[in-house]
Design a binder for this molecule. Structure first.
Ligand SMILES: [Zn+2]
Length: 173
């Protein structure tokens, strides 16, 4: 099994709660009308986020309540197709073709121009050990757009200019 090198500490189990949690009995109300504008743009292959006039925080995907100052943002702003990896983790799985479980990346990305992050897909089977915080990405749009978030098929890693700059610095020194 491929071991992650940076996991050094094992935390003891501190508390155990017995019982069941009936998740399916919970009901959520979500008024999709308020993000219709975002969905319509997705259908056209465009991105818009919601900007809060009070604190200038831009959320993508749009949040109906500002995560910073709790006001209701109402200003739509266009965003670029590029994003960066904000943080990531690995989940061990054995996909077809794997002889033993290996880590698959689970990434939270931040769309360029937005202040919030969300979970998104990298290309299928992307090597966990190639992922890093700050890795630049670009949207790969779905062929048939439906006007929902599945129109973003995945985020494709793109060339990172900072790597070339670091290399240049190393050779100069
Ligand atoms: Zn705000």
């Amino acid at each position: 099994m491929v071991k992650l090198e940076y996991i050094k500490k094992q935390y003891p189990r501190t508390r155990r709660v017995h019982g069941n949690w009936y998740l399916s009995s919970y009901q959520y109300k979500f008024n999709v009308k308020r993000i219709n504008q975002c969905l319509e743009h997705l259908r056209k292959g465009e991105l818009v986020g919601l900007k809060c006039r009070s604190c200038n925080t831009v959320s993508f995907p749009p949040r109906l309540i500002c995560p910073k100052c709790l006001k209701m943002p109402d200003q739509w702003v266009h965003l670029r197709e590029t994003a960066t990896v904000a943080t990531f983790s690995g989940t061990y799985a054995k996909e077809s073709g794997d002889t033993e479980p290996r880590p698959y990346p689970v990434v939270a990305i931040r769309q360029d121009g937005a202040d919030t992050s969300w979970l998104a897909n990298l290309p299928e089977g992307y090597d966990f050990f190639k992922v890093y915080v700050g890795m630049p990405l670009k949207i790969k749009w779905a062929e048939d757009k439906k006007g929902d978030f599945s129109d973003i098929e995945y985020y494709e890693p793109i060339e990172d200019p900072s790597i070339e700059m670091n290399k240049k610095e190393e050779t100069e020194n």
